[in-house]
Each structure stands twice: as structure tokens, then as C-alpha cells.
Design a binder for this molecule. Sequence first.
Ligand code: AMP
Length: 275
Amino acid sequence: MEIIKDAKELKKIRKNLKGSVGFVPTMGALHDGHLSLIKRAREENDFVIVSIFVNPTQFLEGEDLDKYPRKEQADIEICKRAGVDILFMPTINSIYFKDELKILAPQIRGYILEGAKRPGHFDGVLQIVMKLFNITTPNRAYFGKKDAQQLALITQMVHDYFLDVEIIPCEIVRDENGLALSSRNAYLSKEEKKRALSLSQALKLGANMVAKGILNVKAIKEAMEKELLKSVDKLDYVAIVNRAFEEIEQVEIGNTIILVAAYVGTTRLIDNIWI
Ligand code: AMP
């Protein structure tokens, strides 16, 4: 496995790769969720490129950029063992420039839910993903459904900017109790980890209501909120939208996502289920 730190150098190497390239962008502190994306990329492509970059432009003032978990050595080992061909760990100066032009998230979809709580977050996500796509020019790029809104916006960017990459959505990987794996779970104490299970449990409750034929979004949201408020410290939102992230009044089976975002202690967690 080659470790590349310079964007232009990777671009040169990429040009000489003959065969399909699968790309998995991450912020590191790799866990089994990331690994499932890497494994899928490994299965479906001749070459696998993984990037690890804690992208400053997607963090808002006062967010956890400085304390975001960094586990460089362990990450390198995980990538090696998973058969990654190229690990891209860019230096900030090789990837960002002074007074550079910006990519803006769409004004509606980019500013609801995660975008409402973290205004500007998706501008930074799309900016770095556009750069990474242009550096690695992958045939396929792998993203987790865990970050459902991010996945939808990246899919939209590929469409709106006529990019030549296939976006592959990957299932959410959970621990044995149902907690969606996340690098930020490292912030949780033992007691908080227990309370954090309420997110996936509330989603299950919502899905069970749908299974019983209750399709009214308001009723499902109310039941889920009631459950969540027993355990979380602050509920940011329960939302039920269609796959295009538009508001709906009735669940459309096969076209709906139920999402939750909540604080447990000082840690902000998100989770969702596709119905
Ligand atoms: P991150 O390092 O948090 O930016 O995540 C990198 C990629 O891994 C994103 O596409 C995430 O959606 C995906 N990912 C993170 N956690 C999970 C998980 N538990 N299951 C599946 N994919 C995940």
C-alpha cells in the first residue's frame, strides 16, 4: 500500500492506473462501518483508494475539529489489511489554497435538518468531495447511508455538475446492541453509550409503526420523540422525508427515510432508517 500526502502526486499516480478505481473518503478513526465501504470497494474494483482527511471546512466554529479522534497508525494498519492500494492522507496545503472559489450546497436541501443545525457544513463537505473526486477520478465512490443527507447531496452534486462517478450507497453498520458505529462514539462514556441506544430504538419503533400500517408522519414522529426524550439530553430533530429529502405527510414505503439527531451528554449523534 502506498501512502500519498500530496494531491498533485496522487493525481499523477492515478493517471497511470489501468483498470477501475473505487474510492472511499473518510475522516479516519476507522471502524467497521468504514471497513464495510472499503471491503465493498475492494470487491468491485481493480484499485482501491481511501482518503483520510479531517476536513476543516465542514466543521463550524465551536465544533469538535480540534478534538476529533485521530488514529493515524491504527488507520494505516486497517487499510493495509483491507487490501487498500493507495491511502491518501493529504496535507492541508496540498489540497486547500488561499482565497479559493467555493462550492455551495443547494439552498433548500443543504439547509434543512443537518444543514439547519450546522449551516455551511454541507458547503464544506461538497467542496472537499469535489476536490477528492477530481484528484482520484474514481469510477465508483462509496458512502454510508449513516450520513443520509450527505449521501443525497453528493448524489445531487454528481448529477448537477455532470460528474463521471457512480455513487454507491452502503448499509449502516451497527454494534451488537444496535448503536450505529461512528468515530464520535469514542466520546461517549459507558452510561452515555447505553442512553445512545435510544436513537436506534426510536427508529425501530418508527419502523414497527409503519409495519403495522401507521403511515401518518405526524403520529410516528410524536411517538418517536416521546421515546427519545426519556433518554437523550437534547433532541435536535426527528424527521421523516422522502429519498429526495422532501417533506411528506404519509410514509411512502420504499421511498422514505426516518432520521434522528440528538445529544447524549455533549456528543451529537445521528442515525436513520430507510423504509
Ligand atoms: P466519516 O469518516 O465519518 O466522514 O465517514 C466516512 C464514510 O463512512 C461516510 O460515507 C460515512 O457515511 C461512512 N460511515 C460512517 N459510519 C458508518 C456506519 N456505521 N455504517 C456505514 N457507513 C458509515
